[in-house]
Write a protein that binds this ligand. Sequence first.
Ligand code: UTP
Length: 284
Amino acid sequence: MTNRVRKAVFPVAGLGTRLLPATKTMPKEMLTIVDRPLIQYAVDEARAAGIEQMIFVTGRGKSTLVDYFDTAFELEATLRDKGKSLDALAPSRAQIGEIVTVRQQQPLGLGHAVWCAREIVGDEPFAVILPDDLMVPGALKPMVEAWEQLGGNLVATEEVPADKTGSYGIITPGGTSGAVTEVRGLVEKPAPNEAPSRLGVIGRYILQPQVFAILDRGETGAGGEIQLTDAMARLIGEQPFHALKVDSVRHDCGDKAGFVIANLALALKHEDIGEKVRDALSRL
Ligand code: UTP
């Protein structure tokens, strides 16, 4: 068993119904923030955190996610013939073996999607990245650094508005030291009057492989789905479990407003187009 986090699971098999009709034929992870798809940001974040193998849990209609990281022979040949640079393509080229895929045949929930990766992850700690939570700057590197001290399981957290607890896994907090809070309990999507705190779990996790044995049972929870939160909750008390408040801005790109705001926020900071966008926004 390694004590490094070498593998990351990217559950990308969801239906993205909140972004219809855009997601009717296009995976939401392929939607563009400024000049690159969401999945590119997630893969770059994993690379920066030292992840060596990215495991995409895909579903029907998601093959463009895999094609995107392949070489584009015709495009590259055409660019070369025209004397144009291939530099813009560099981040989208994966090393052989850097990205592997497994299919989730039915969208039975996030816990089920993670479970689909169990054979590829094997018996070692692993990260989970939800690409639609765009973190600026990337949050996985500081998480890995914190995890190297803490061990066990570690989830990213932020304080969510009191009326939004029903959209998150919510933490029952224990002691806090700086940005780290001990996790005493986890509940998926509690109503505001039943939420144990306002500390919501956001889309970055480092988990121990024992979570797969719990997911094996296929138990359903909130919304009739196999919930990752419920499986993680069973590890509390068995293994160290902490939450880290990360120093990143989170854009929930699975939501229409969050997606537009992410585009604006990153465009305003972009060195080539920032000024143009700022001028246009003030005119609008
Ligand atoms: P969401 O709750 O955002 O669901 O999933 P969704 O289907 O993607 O989007 P909406 O709510 O219909 O608009 C959170 C993450 O879990 C993945 C999604 O791809 C997303 O990264 N997921 C969810 C799966 O891979 N499989 C599932 O069965 C459910």
